[in-house]
Ligand binder design. Sequence first.
Ligand code: FAD
Length: 367
Amino acid sequence: MKRLLLAGAGHAHLNVIRNLAMQPWPDVEVTLICPYPRQIYSGMIPGWIAGHYTLDQCAAPLAGLVEKAGIRWVQDTICGMAAETGAVNCQNAGKIAYDVISIDTGARVESSALSHSGAPLLPIRPLEQFAIGWKSAEAALIASGAARLAIIGGGAAGIELALAIDYALRRHLPADKVSVVLVSSGALLGGHAPGVIKRVEKLLKSRGIIQHAGRASGHEEGLVLNSGELIACDGIIAATGVAPPTWLATSGLALCERGFIAVGDGQQSTSHKNVFAAGDVSTRIDSPHAKSGVYAVRAGPVLTMNLQQALNGQEPTSYQPQKRSLYLLATGPKEAILSWGSFAAAGGWAWTLKDWIDRRFMAQYQS
Ligand SMILES: Cc1cc2nc3c(=O)[nH]c(=O)nc-3n(C[C@H](O)[C@H](O)[C@H](O)COP(=O)(O)OP(=O)(O)OC[C@H]3O[C@@H](n4cnc5c(N)ncnc54)[C@H](O)[C@@H]3O)c2cc1C
């Protein structure tokens, strides 16, 4: 019996688990290590904040899926790995050995510079903790009668969060009692076309969301920028891009220069043939691409196939990620901005399209 270890229940692993539920793999004992009972889908989180979805609609419950798939589920967090000996270390369960491992644990948010603030800090990851934290923060802000929030991060996630939070708070508080600011150390929406950036900037302005450019650190009144500018606030949300899990540094795996797992064209580690990785935790050395959910989802089917091939002693099949991907940025009400290469558009129809894509994706894992 071969031992396959699935580390994390990220987007690509949902595909592996679904495949196992449809048709068990012979002579393979599969273990999933994941700390949370559900996998929250980030793409629907801005819609959940805005009040368009319940959290259950945005999550894949794992218990039923792993039972159907005949997988042993260790509800724990990986805190170390020894690629040479083929084992991971878990916070509670200790050492778990494998013959083949697939890693889809996502990335973390690096927010240590913001931690010494007088205002509560809520990092966007882990999403499970963010969802719980946001609900209680929102209730406390509404009860206090006023809300001044700072969102850190000028990428798609930071922008969607700022727009959704502004929209949600204004439904409960008078307009003059809500202040949402967006702080970004780099250019807004790097990698997107000028037409998309223009639309986003216009929308932020029309909604009264003030943009600040600079590197933010925690301050007793909220935040201070590297320019010395002070931003007083009652809460900080960190969506400051992606950082690799800390335990990778001592794993013995080959890493890219940013510290993510280096993988080749079959999502196989460039240093260890029995290690595969997909999603934000990995970097395609041959064909680098943005770290976004679209790529994690698309890697799912090839990862499923290559894990089976690796368990059978075969070489992995190569796969080329798409060169560009469709982004639909939720803007608060049931509207979205579409970004596709150099093309930009916006409207209620873009939200309808996003809603249809997201619900269809989640339905695969909810029934
Ligand atoms: C608000 C927001 C909106 C976004 N919207 C979009 C969008 O519309 N389109 C898009 O393409 N991208 C979007 N993204 C980016 C997207 O969320 C990520 O790129 C995507 O989640 C990466 O998927 P993944 O499979 O790598 O990891 P994740 O989805 O992060 O899943 C990681 C899994 O691993 C588990 N895990 C983590 N650490 C451990 C550990 N140490 N041990 C065991 N298990 C662990 C987690 O519990 C989880 O199950 C958005 C991000 C945010 C924050």
